[in-house]
Write a protein that binds this ligand. Sequence first.
Ligand SMILES: [Zn+2]
Ligand SMILES: [Zn+2]
Length: 350
Amino acid sequence: MKDVEIPDGYAGLDFPWEAPPPEGEAIEVAEGVLWARLPLPMALDHVNIYFLREPGGWTMVDTGFDTRRTRAIVGALEAGPLGGLPIQRVLVTHHHPDHIGLAGLLQARGAELLATRTAWLMARMLVLDEQPLPTSETLDYCRRWGMDPEVLARRAAERPFNFADVVAPLPVGFTRIAEDETLELGGRCWRVARGDGHAPEHAVLFETEGDLVLGGDQLLPGISPNLGLYPTEANGDPVGDWLAACARLAPLARADQLVLPGHKTPYRGLPTRLASLRDNHVTALNRLEDHLATPRTGGECFAPLFKRRVDDGMYGLAFFEAIAHLRHLHLQGRAIRETRADGVWTFRAA
Ligand SMILES: [Zn+2]
Ligand SMILES: [Zn+2]
């Protein structure tokens, strides 16, 4: 549910800012629009947050995790670049913890939360669903899809990553934003488009009279957003959802737009980027199909998908991404699924 940092090139994109804002400081990327960063304790070590100036305060876009350190940094931003004015609204692009962690805390201080319905329901469900150990359904699912038995045994005995560890409790109530709706934020008019695949009903906001795009993790530069197939929706097709979203967003993309992404740095060149966000998976599916000349389990499919070695810290994300691609090939009729004597699924090219 986090983002794997897999470099996939920056070709054809223009990055107006070489360096990100230092901790507790902000860069004005457009009139009344501030870009700041919060740290993440993972390989992908930061998340971008944005502030849009309102008449009596600010709208914040995405929030980072809820930790002592991020709370302190947001406090420093409020006292500094935000000029002591309140955060009146928080818009989260999608339900992932690095984007919604502090939202509940800001709501408790009086801010309004804007999100798509799916994003809010997912986040609220997950923050309440605290698990001391992985559920039996999760373990069965991982076993069937061919997780490395050693990794599975270790995970079975460990407290899994819990939303509640890094996401503040979400109070009841939010304001829904939905596809094709227009709304005003920071004195600008925006149209809501629907991303998908990385997170269901991921909001992408296109300024209607200007060139700004709030891209979240749907439109990251340089790294491929993680597409995972999880036991919560075992029959889903995140890769198919991703490809459909790329096609849906392409007509809204212009080369002059300034994309404000959830990670890395703002960029121009969205039509080029959308094409590579699609092609990366199309070519990965082709490589995976070749790899299935020999029957493989999900855990045996990392090599054709990830250019660098998958270490322990990345295993889970890589696994759920690999099986998402297997699932897509299977749905397309390009891979045949068989069940081994031990109950584990293997896949071979059709
Ligand atoms: Zn995300
Ligand atoms: Zn993210």
